[in-house]
Design a protein around this ligand. Structure first.
Ligand SMILES: Cc1cc2nc3c(=O)[nH]c(=O)nc-3n(C[C@H](O)[C@H](O)[C@H](O)COP(=O)(O)O)c2cc1C
Length: 189
């Protein structure tokens, strides 16, 4: 089986509903199918509470992977700060891009994200004016530059977890399980 690396970019997984459920469900499915050893989970905020990312350790994990999953909640139409810092730090010249920076060439890259906004908000006539794939363009181009094979992102819309905003955690957790099943299928096929 292919080696899967999941980079968890949630800044506070303990207080997450969706991302925590997605990650736990994927790990459970892997366990049930006896392939836990093929999945490495790196939870950035837990590994680096001081935001001092160990570049070499992260690059080593990337080298070992066939599929790289970036799992994150959509924050301000982008990735959370710790995931952006991971990108800035780890995908360095000479490793991920540049004349000899070919270390990630050919690996698969999958974005798996959750949004607070519903799907219809992500359209020209919707509240967010743009489709999600338009907003993900910087990551699509990052993938182009580092030579990874960009898989179609999987997006779990309508999963708000924001203090002060009403949300039904049971419904959200159920949607997150469905998302995890989809994610698991993609990364293990
Ligand atoms: C700082 C911050 C920024 C956010 N920005 C967006 C956004 O740009 N678009 C959106 O749809 N949801 C946004 N949200 C909602 C989160 O995407 C949502 O709460 C998250 O996906 C839920 O995942 P969790 O249960 O794992 O925390 C934001 C939430 C926070 C806390």
């Amino acid at each position: 089986m292919l080696k899967i690396l999941i980079i968890n970019g949630h800044p506070d997984l303990d207080h997450s509903v969706s991302n925590k459920t997605i990650i736990n469900t994927v790990l459970l499915l892997a366990d049930e199918n006896n392939c836990s050893s093929d999945i490495e989970l790196r939870s950035l905020a837990k590994l680096y509470p001081d935001y001092k990312i160990d570049k070499k350790a992260e690059q080593k994990a990337l080298l070992n992977a066939d599929i790289i999953v970036l799992q994150f909640p959509f924050f301000w139409y982008s990735v959370p700060a710790i995931l952006k810092l991971w990108i800035d730090t780890v995908l360095e010249y000479g490793f991920a891009y540049g004349k000899i920076g070919n270390k990630l060439h050919g690996k698969k890259l999958l974005l798996s994200l959750t949004t607070g906004g519903p799907e219809d908000a992500y359209s020209e006539s919707g509240r967010n004016h743009y489709q999600i794939t338009d907003l993900l363009r910087p990551l699509i181009q990052t993938s182009n530059l580092i030579g990874t094979q960009f898989l179609e992102p999987i997006v779990c819309f309508g999963m708000p977890n924001i203090p002060g905003i009403d949300s039904n955690h049971e419904i959200i957790a159920a949607k997150a399980v469905e998302h995890a099943q989809k994610l698991y299928k993609i990364i293990t096929k």
